[in-house]
Ligand binder design. Structure first.
Ligand code: 1GP
Length: 254
């Protein structure tokens, strides 16, 4: 696919076609597992692979992305925890500004050092408002970012923050409870944000059951990101894809 990932997400939203992204954390997989996930992802017709993590200790990001691209045509989106994860092996990069936090380095600082590198890379850069939402326990994302997540039961804070992100000109909105969160972003919060902003909404963190993915889409998510549930049971990829892709009116959950 040519570099038009934002248009793909945006056009799908216009058509009310919900999207599923499978998150591959390079720290948690070896190449045989990547191969298995890609094969199942192709069979399940997942829409995107996200690759990244808040803390990646293995230096294999580029290798994992290149391998996914060698195996399939599903676009790969870099979801970086820091500029050291940058690589043009991916099709697109979520250029994340952590607007839920007050750590200037993650609002604008890292971006300044990454920008000249990105300028010389052949990769689509997608300005993304990133909001961490409390998921019931400290996550790597909240610890590493040194920020407080937005409280789970404060949809109005999320809505105001999202609106500010939209006014700042960011193109996507990603609400994340963090990988392995005990609870995912509440449906009430997703609805509150959807009421306020006219941006594609990405929801991730702690979505373990297909029913949750389905409800998250109904509440207003345009793109659902699943990592842990699929790491633990790779066949979950089929159930999640069915839940996300099914027609909203006719879905009958098994
Ligand atoms: C984390 O949103 C992603 O940034 C995915 O979370 O691993 O809990 O599915 P899970």
């Amino acid at each position: 696919m040519s570099k038009d990932i934002f248009s793909f997400i945006s056009d799908s939203r216009q058509k009310n076609k919900k999207l599923l992204a499978v998150l591959i954390d390079p720290d948690k997989v070896d190449l045989p597992i990547v191969k298995m996930l890609v094969e199942k992802g192709v069979e399940a017709a997942v829409d995107l692979f996200f690759v990244g993590g808040s803390l990646v200790t293995e230096n294999n990001m580029k290798q994992v992305i290149a391998y996914v691209k060698e195996l399939c045509d599903i676009p790969v989106v870099l979801f970086p925890g820091s500029p050291i994860q940058l690589t043009e092996a991916a099709d697109a990069l979520l250029f994340l500004s952590l607007i839920s936090g007050r750590n200037p380095d993650l609002l604008i600082g890292k971006h300044v050092t990454a920008a000249p590198l990105l300028k010389n890379m052949d990769i689509e850069v997608i300005p993304t408002a990133y909001m961490l939402i409390d998921g019931g326990q400290p996550t790597t994302a909240s610890y590493i970012s040194n920020t407080f997540p937005i409280p789970h039961n404060k949809p109005s804070i999320a809505a105001c923050t999202a609106l500010a992100g939209e006014f700042l000109g960011l193109k996507l909105l990603y609400m994340d409870s963090g990988s392995g969160a005990k609870r995912s972003v509440s449906l009430q919060m997703i609805r509150a944000v959807k009421d306020q902003v006219n941006l594609p909404i990405i929801i991730g963190g702690g979505i373990r059951e297909p029913e949750q993915a389905y409800e998250v889409c109904r509440a207003g998510a345009d793109l659902v990101v699943i990592g842990t549930a699929i790491e633990e049971d790779s066949d979950m990829i089929f159930k999640m894809a069915k839940a996300v892709h099914s027609n909203m009116e006719s879905l009958k959950m098994e």
